[in-house]
Design a protein around this ligand. Sequence first.
Ligand code: SAM
Length: 285
Amino acid sequence: MKSSVWIEEIFEDFCGVKFKVERTLFSGKSEFQTVDVVETKGHGKMLLNDGLIMVTERDEFVYHDMISHVPLFVHPNPKSVLIIGGGDGGTAREVLRHSGLERIVQVEIDEMVVNACKEHIPSTACSYDNSKLELVIGDGVKFVKETKEKFDIILVDSTDPIGPAAPLFGPEFYKDIDNILSDDGIVVSQGESPFLLESVQKSMLKVLSEQFKVVKIYNFNNLTYPGGLWSFTFASKGLHPIQDFDPKRVDQSGLEFKYYNKELHTGTFAIPTFQQKNLEGLLKD
Ligand code: SAM
């Protein structure tokens, strides 16, 4: 019988997801994490950091549409964007589709992730040569503390709160984010699973609600992260993700999306009752 190779992501020893792998394209160990790119049977190429699934070609559009286009269509006139993490390049690719932007800075701690994706997943890592994008290889925590620049939108496209990503979920980091956001700035962050990581969602929302005027969470469905349903947090100095959203701007942009659309923009902020209860008192208008 022909043996087959499967890759598994196990969540806390009680559940997980499993994918059939055709071959390994890259395997490395950086100063920060292990980095693997594999070709799967059903999901195209897949990036894993420390064995955790980051992106697959089949469903990366969901995550990258939703982290980028939601805040970019709420802010009335965004000019500058800071991306923290996002080494696979998918977030930068989507951000760069907004032609009114003048400057995009991306701070990724691990050059190995960028290089592995440039070589093996060019469908996401296709914008690193764009002259509007400045890639900084460094720690996002240090960058937000030290930079003198202000940004209209900050996107925290991070791994889970482990290792170098742990401070990206803490109060100190969001104080620094607040300092470098322009007066009508928005920060959107990878917000984990409503089913499996309720405690992380709670602590993130607590941190954000102590710092920002408007704090919301929005959900999307994905095919590869354990639990299916996943979230982004939205926090701002005043802009409201629905009241300040003008659906006409989506039409006028002329952009087409595979997941995001103007109807979904509003609907995505309607969260299930169990999540509302878990986050009671932590969301702010
Ligand atoms: N969509 C993904 C997910 O949630 O599974 C996130 C993808 S992206 C690959 C996450 C990136 O964050 C990784 O490449 C990792 O190296 C980077 N990262 C982690 N901690 C960081 C830090 N302190 N500063 C900058 N980048 C960081």
